[in-house]
Unconditional design. Structure first.
Lengths: 249, 312
């Protein structure tokens, strides 16, 4: 029995030493769980509009999703997303490199599971449990309040509905989500206004897709913004978006 | 003819105030004033400007295929407006949006006037328009790759398909003055166009030299099309179709078509916009069909028919 447990322990002890991440979501797990093992991140990891670890990532190297560039780094594990860079990943897989893909968690239970999975993979189980405990502390600190409706609204009027990370955050903050997973026109929103409109903090560049949010017809509806980086990927950091929403205006 | 068209416009505009995503019927006053009113009036003005521009272009260039969209003027206006928006100029100074649309349309008209002076056949003028459209869309893509918004190229796909949903009174304030001015300039061109139809020498001997008519046309089309494209995006084929629909009733004399073309263009775009708003209410559509898509579906078959008959 002791021998068996020793054998089982070997993969965990032999955690990969040179990890390359090609996806914004795995970038953030890698930086939080095992930054010393990160050989390169995706370029998006340094963008503060999208990444919650932009400051740490700026000190780490980055690599384009290009098979030659990745192979030159001699990684022993590749972290990737479920979509994108598929031709690059096919070449890396053909070279026999192990590839771990994120499953893009869309609620807090899935975030706990995903954090544990990557923590085990990167040999950072204790760090993973610390991140989960921190997230659960933030969620538990949200005070109960009378239920009101909140509608998440994104570019071109898309209102994420059931099964989305946005809805999970809104419910964790104690609101009923008014999003239905469809694209809504201003007239639809104005005729059935939610108690609260939740938008991404306005980008610092002009965007036709979010310009409609400045329309005067929405002026009467309370509005709260959340930083898009907290929701670009589901992770322990996402709990902060729920805390932001629950705070008194 | 004109009383019938005016009746149609009043009816369609009235319906326009009663139909929207919130459902059929009289809406909340805020929705009525802030959303449906600007949208309806913009459809009226933009459509009127496009219909009239088409009639004037077809008469002045003596080409049945002339249309602000096909000739690339709409594309150039869009280029100007998109640069003003994505480079943040219109955020600082809102009138920059229609002004840049006017600037683009004006440049397009100048290029076309140069081509019209030398173009021997009708087809070569249209080819010049195709080339101008291609240059405008290439420059648009180039301008957007330099824009700070990483999603600009994806966003513009929708804008290029044209539409009037979620426009505000500000858009109306910005676009209405230039469009109305352009319509006024173009409506005065009737005698010049009639004279031109008799030949350039006859027109000159009648005291209406071709150069002056063409210059006034360029100014009017720039004003009517440029500001419209800046707020409504790419809406094509209205200017092409409208004069052809009216000729069986009003005859071939270009001057006789002008007022009716403005009215019919307004009615056509009001009707198309009404269809775009009503379709999601009766069909299980996730979003409105784009206005430019509807006008293209109406107009492109027409283009095939005209091209078969007109171009040898």
């Amino acid at each position: 029995m002791a021998v068996l447990s020793l054998l089982l322990a070997i993969p965990a002890m032999a955690a990969p030493l040179r990890v390359v991440s090609l996806n914004l979501c795995t970038d953030q797990f890698l930086v939080l769980l095992a930054p010393e093992r990160a050989v390169a991140l995706s370029p998006l990891a340094r963008d503060p509009a999208l990444s919650t670890v932009a400051a740490q990532a700026a000190a780490l190297p980055w690599v384009r999703p290009d098979a030659e560039a990745v192979l030159a780094l001699a990684p022993d594990l590749i972290l990737a997303g479920p979509f994108g860079a598929q031709t690059t990943l096919a070449v890396l897989a053909a070279r026999g490199l192990p590839i771990a893909r994120t499953e893009l968690p869309q609620d807090f239970a899935a975030i706990r599971a995903e954090t544990r999975r990557f923590a085990a993979l990167l040999g950072a189980v204790a760090t993973g449990e610390r991140l989960i405990a921190g997230m659960d502390r933030v969620l538990a600190s949200i005070p109960p309040h009378a239920e009101r409706s909140a509608m998440p609204i994104e570019a071109r009027g898309y209102a994420p509905g059931p099964g989305s990370l946005e809805e999970a955050v809104i419910r964790a903050a104690g609101f009923a989500s008014a999003g239905n997973g469809a694209r809504l026109s201003l007239e639809t929103i104005a005729s059935h206004p939610p108690d609260l409109l939740v938008t991404a903090a306005a980008p610092d560049y002009p965007s036709l897709a979010t310009d409609f949010l400045a329309h005067p017809v929405l002026r009467g509806i309370a509005r709260r913004t959340w930083p898009p980086a907290l929701l670009a990927c589901g992770g322990p950091w996402t709990a902060q978006a729920a805390a932001l929403l629950a705070r008194d205006p | 003819m004109k009383p019938a068209l005016v009746t149609a416009i009043v009816g369609l505009a009235g319906l326009g105030l009663l139909v929207g995503a919130a459902g059929f019927g009289w809406p909340d006053p805020i929705i009525l004033v802030q959303l449906r009113l600007p949208r309806t009036l913009l459809a009226l003005l933009v459509g009127g400007g496009l219909g009239l521009s088409g009639a004037v272009l077809q008469g002045a260039l003596r080409n049945p295929l002339a249309d602000p969209g096909l000739l690339g003027i709409g594309g150039c206006a869009g280029l100007g407006a998109v640069i003003a928006f994505y480079w943040g100029i219109s955020a600082v100074f809102a009138p920059a949006l229609p002004l840049a649309g006017l600037f683009g349309a004006g440049l397009g008209c100048l290029v076309l006037l140069g081509a019209a002076g030398r173009a021997v056949s009708g087809a070569s003028l249209i080819l010049a328009g195709v080339a101008l459209s291609a240059i405008a869309s290439a420059l648009l893509a180039l301008a957007l790759t330099a824009a700070p918004n990483p999603y600009a190229l994806a966003e513009i796909t929708f804008w290029l398909m044209g539409g009037l949903e979620d426009r505000s009174l500000l858009h109306l304030e910005l676009a209405a003055p230039p469009i109305l001015l352009g319509i006024a300039v173009l409506l005065r061109l009737g005698p010049g166009l009639d004279a031109l139809a008799l030949g350039e020498e006859v027109a000159a001997s009648l005291g209406r030299p071709v150069g002056r008519t063409l210059r006034a046309m360029a100014v009017g089309v720039t004003l009517a099309v440029g500001a419209g494209a800046a707020v409504a995006g790419g809406i094509g084929f209205v200017g092409l179709v409208v004069p052809h629909l009216l000729r069986p009733f009003l005859g071939e004399r270009p001057g006789a078509l002008l007022g009716a073309s403005a009215l019919a263009g307004a009615a056509l775009l009001l009707g198309a916009d009404l269809a775009a708003r009503a379709l999601p209410l009766v069909l299980p559509l996730a979003q409105e069909p784009r206005l430019g898509v509807l006008t293209a579906l109406l107009g492109a078959p027409f283009l095939i028919r005209i091209a078969r008959r007109a171009v040898p």
